[in-house]
Design a protein around this ligand. Sequence first.
Ligand code: PLP
Length: 397
Amino acid sequence: MFQQLTALPADPLLGIAVAYRQDDNPKKVDLGVGVYKTEEGNTPILTSVKKSLQILLDSEESKSYIQARGNQAFLDGMEKLVLGADNPLLSSNRVESVQAPGGTGSLKLGFELIKRGNPNAKIWVSGPTWANHNALIKSTGLASEEYPYYDKVNNQLRADEMLEAFAKLGKDDVVLLHGCCHNPTGEDIPADLWPKIADLAVENGFTPFIDIAYQGFGTDLETDVQGVRHLLSKVPEALIATSCSKNFGLYRERTGLITTISESPVAAGIALTHVLNIAREIYSMPPSYGGATVGILLGDEALTTEWKTELAEMCARMRSLRALLVDKLHARDVDQSFDFINRQNGMFTFLGITPEQVQAIRDEYSIYMAGSSRINIAGISNSNVDYIADAVAAVLK
Ligand code: PLP
């Protein structure tokens, strides 16, 4: 059976990670895979998370399965975090959540649910979007198309074109929106556009599917989801895939949840049975550790305060690295402005250089980034920023 298969090319981004590891240049820099890093290049376990994990280890008495929908304290805590503790939706009985393996697993459950609800649904993704969105939609067998999002030439949002595209959508359409810290561009939907998107969704009947993988990495936990909360307060139906990989630093624990907002409590209950059934068909129950850890953390005021401080520190560091990179690039008399990097949010930006220039930087400087020129801001440090700016300036001359 396996003789019939032909080998697939390595995932481009994971391929970059392998090439980086094999490079013996002591000055090498990894701006590829999207994990947070400290000045020293480490991805540490947050202290608040470690303390929560210790409480879990000390109190856990069984390795029997957890309930199919996951850890209830986790689900309650995360719904409050995303929607806001006083959101009337929380007491409406229209909201149901199921723990899933990471943001990826949550997205997969969401797409499969859409397919059951409407096999003719088309998923609209931002141009560009996180590459795995396309893979997940394709694997589910749903149709997809891009809506205009980022103008790579002028480094800005294609706001008018995006709204024009949304104005043409209808009941068979699902619009996948990045809640904040858009991956790969860093360019977010500004506060004043969310109400316009909400109006279009209500008028035309398309369904928003929000992907939140970076809450707290843009400005802060509340500001980052203001637009999303407004949209969700207006529409009858929506889906939210939330990842705890980045803001809780739980990457390998595969922690996330899929949340459905339905038109009525009855519809919400039915949707839940389908999400649980889909999960059962793929992996049965979610892994326990990540959800249980976040459940403990969010249920404890002191640990939550400590986590918020750690998250704010990561966010502030990425902001200052953006400013530092822009200053260093401008100090090298490059022709173009890189000010857009300061306006953007989260872990990523496109440098706006060609694939050939990306390759030249890799060959000559051992600086690794995606072919699209997407860089992980957290891969920059005070000790490598001059080296990076030198390399970018050199290929632009
Ligand atoms: N959505 C976006 C936009 C992402 O960038 C990521 C991770 O990089 C995810 C979802 C899923 O993250 P995970 O499956 O690691 O929780």
